[in-house]
Design a protein around this ligand. Structure first.
Ligand SMILES: [Zn+2]
Length: 343
């Protein structure tokens, strides 16, 4: 599918145009409604695709232009969840958020992103990647008043995700990525049932599958948490053995400007690795040489055929100007390394 070495991609989200939703915040409300909103989302998706292609990005995402949030938009489309009577919970033991409540059996009544994926597929011949939330992160983003068991709820989410993933694959999506930042926090649960739930979500897929595990968007709660993690962030060490033994093809990680010891990637040797070479928590645009330096370090632990240069996380909270600069830096940095390897 991908011919050149070091195919670049983003983790998923990109800033939305100001006319669609106020920029630089999460859960940003839509400025339009009805058919006008539908059309505006598709226009934003077109722009996002155009900007990625202009920057030389190889694996295209939808920039998450048609969703309000990487977890809640999927949940909103399931039955069994009450979005009106919300409860406040602590997300990833870190910050309070008002979240929906599971009140009945979880069911996916209709496709969620399939139309959007078909729309993107029509616009480009490049490989496309689609992000879905992972079951464990979904469990952590709502209040359960029905199953009263995180494991059971995760299993129901996994079944709904699997239905969606199969249809995304049929729509021509090449890589389906599951976002699981919760994997970096609840290690015991990952090993007890989190990975099993993710395996259920990818069951029967023949397209490539990815898991994205990061230290969160560049918002204050996450940045404050990172300050408490000390000089070496070894969270990945606790979950990599389980991932190494799983059917997941690609692992997307935070690397640039983070305290993750890159040699931990030895634990997933053989998997493809989306190496985060762009810091999404800072507005400073990396130079291509900085990107190349991160990739060079990663190459000690990842074979070049398995290395996918990427961003540390989504770029939704950044300004469009900064995000665009970072995309170009990512491509230019990857190109430096490609040249070094060209004989
Ligand atoms: Zn992330």
């Amino acid at each position: 599918m991908i011919k050149n070495i070091l195919p670049t991609s983003t983790v998923g989200s990109l800033p939305k145009p100001e006319w669609l939703a106020p920029s630089q915040k999460l859960w940003s409300p839509w400025k339009l409604e009805g058919d006008a909103l539908l059309e505006a989302k598709q226009d934003a998706l077109r722009i996002s695709l155009h900007e990625q292609q202009l920057s030389g990005i190889d694996i295209i995402s939808d920039g998450e232009q048609t969703r309000q949030h990487f977890v809640t938009t999927f949940i909103e489309n399931l039955s069994g969840v009450d979005f009106k009577n919300r409860k406040t919970v602590k997300i990833r033991n870190r910050y309070d958020a008002s979240v929906p409540v599971v009140v009945d059996e979880i069911k996916r009544q209709k496709p969620v992103f399939v139309k959007d994926a078909k729309f993107l597929r029509k616009q480009t011949n490049k490989p496309i990647k689609w992000a879905l939330p992972g079951p464990m992160t979904m469990v952590d983003t709502l209040y359960d008043n029905h199953y009263k068991s995180k494991e059971k709820l995760a299993w129901e989410f996994a079944k709904a995700l699997n239905e969606e993933a199969r249809e995304l694959q049929d729509a021509g999506v090449n890589i389906i990525q599951f976002d699981e930042p919760a994997f970096n926090v609840f290690f015991d649960s990952v090993n007890d049932w989190g990975m099993a739930a993710l395996e259920k979500a990818i069951e029967g897929l023949h397209c490539e599958t990815a898991i994205h595990i990061c230290y969160g968007y560049g918002i204050k709660a996450n940045n404050d948490w990172k300050k408490t993690l000390g000089s070496e962030w070894r969270q990945y060490e606790k979950i990599f053995p389980k991932i190494q033994n799983s059917n997941i093809d690609i692992v997307s990680l935070e690397c640039h400007n983070s305290n993750v010891p890159l040699n931990l990637m030895e634990l997933i040797r053989g998997k493809k690795v989306m190496v985060g070479a762009i810091d999404v928590a800072k507005n400073t645009i990396e130079t291509p040489e900085e990107v190349a330096a991160t990739l060079r370090k990663a190459l000690k632990f990842v074979d070049i055929d398995n290395l996918y240069p990427s961003t540390n996380c989504g770029m939704a909270p950044l300004s469009r100007h900064v995000a665009q600069g970072k995309l170009s830096a990512l491509s230019a940095g990857a190109e430096i390394i490609r040249k070094e390897f060209a004989i």
